[in-house]
Design a protein around this ligand. Structure first.
Ligand SMILES: [Zn+2]
Length: 398
């Protein structure tokens, strides 16, 4: 029987908008929802639309953000000239916009709605493409992220008595905000697989960053060298995540599927394809069933190639979550081409594939210490695995 799946959506989520020309434009999410609808992914009986989406209430936001920061966001919401560098507001990355507080609260409300539907048993999986704002810090906005919807949802689950939540972040940027908020909380395992902080914002997320004194081993970071492609990226995912999920035994799996790891993304330097991303989503789905009894909250995130990458990748995510995976060589519907041409004056890609067929060798079958990706994976395993009674180093392989 298909899993019951809730897809969170409300047109007002597009109000989270930093203005013309900003990379995190709402059109990216709208196009993804449109393409998913064109494939009929919302139609099956086991798929429900979770709507309307109301803004998260202040108490839920104050669970993870400082009162002074929320107050600053409120003030910025009605003052176009508001600037507070310490709070990260009014910067190039996070310019203020009208009703910013309500728009950001609604994104948090969307992830909360998904978490609630999973916790109540209404659905097994919930998807919120507008969510995944993993850089927001307790006291400041950062990297296009005002309120950390992920942390708001996780904190709510903990407040309901959930004892173990695992968070896996495959966005190309380090999930620093979520890590910071749960740094010293052993109930939350945060795993981030990202491009090395040596070459990419936010400059944090080294393998040795493993959690606070009360939660050693609860933060996990895989820092991959710039230029890493499908094989290395998937090898890292498989070489770190399943062993830790098996040891940690989460009751809920929360995942962030930013797709800025793609080789066409303008803001980063990994070389992952839509095919690699689709395979990662398939693995995360499988692990949600194997390690968290199917309780899976899947969120959006980064991804700044609005037409060629985000819609296809996230349509694959929804297709995977709803149990109707799309064959890679499937053509993109003509109606979507027409929509993109009209909306953006651009040509949409022809097929749901980049023509790649990644086949990563399992890390456990051996590794090459001279290989920079293997060295990155090993550094993380050596820093964290012993805390779970796991062996960091599999047999050597040349
Ligand atoms: Zn990102």
């Amino acid at each position: 029987m298909s899993d019951s799946v809730g897809v969170v959506w409300d047109d007002r989520l597009a109000e989270y908008d930093f203005g013309p020309g900003h990379p995190l434009a709402p059109v990216r999410v709208q196009l993804a929802m449109r393409l998913a609808a064109e494939f009929g992914l919302f139609a099956p009986g086991h798929v429900s639309l979770l709507t309307p989406v109301e803004p998260a209430d202040e108490a839920a936001i104050l669970r993870v953000h400082e009162a002074g920061y929320v107050e600053a966001v409120r003030r910025a919401s009605s003052d176009p000239h508001f600037y507070d560098a310490a709070r990260g507001l009014g910067t190039d990355d996070d310019p203020v916009f009208p009703d910013m507080h309500r728009a950001a609260s609604r994104v948090a409300g969307a992830s909360l709605l998904g978490a609630r539907a999973i916790h109540s048993g209404e659905v097994q999986h919930a998807v919120n493409l507008a969510g995944g704002l993993h850089h927001a810090l307790p006291g400041a906005a950062e990297g296009f992220c005002v309120y950390n919807d992920i942390a708001v949802a996780i904190a709510w689950l903990l407040d309901q008595g959930v004892e173990r939540v695992a968070y896996v972040d495959v966005d190309v940027h380090h999930g620093d905000g979520v890590q910071a908020i749960f740094w010293d909380d052993p109930r939350v395992l945060t795993i981030s697989i990202h491009e090395s902080p040596a070459s990419l914002f936010p400059g944090s997320g080294w393998p040795g960053d493993i959690g606070g004194p009360g939660a050693v081993g609860s933060a996990v970071n895989v820092a991959l060298p710039a230029g890493t492609g499908d094989q290395g990226w998937l090898r890292a995912l498989h070489g770190v995540v399943p062993d830790l999920l098996e040891a940690f035994r989460p009751q809920v799996l929360v995942t962030q599927q930013g797709v800025d790891s793609h080789f066409e993304d303008p803001l980063a330097h990994l070389l992952v394809s839509v095919d690699g991303q689709r395979m990662a989503f398939e693995a995360l789905h499988r692990w949600a069933h194997r390690y968290a009894d199917g309780r899976w909250l899947a969120l959006g995130g980064g991804g700044y190639e609005w037409v060629n990458v985000v819609p296809r990748a996230w349509t694959h995510l929804i297709a995977e979550a709803t149990g109707r995976p799309i064959r890679p060589d499937t053509e993109v519907p003509e109606s979507f081409h027409a929509f993109v041409l009209e909306a953006l004056g651009r040509q949409a890609p022809g097929r749901m594939t980049d023509g790649r067929e990644p086949w990563p060798r399992p890390f456990d079958q051996g590794f090459d210490p001279a290989d920079s990706v293997d060295a990155a994976i090993l550094a993380t395993r050596e820093a964290v695995f012993p805390h779970y009674g796991l062996t960091a180093e599999p047999g050597l392989w040349f």
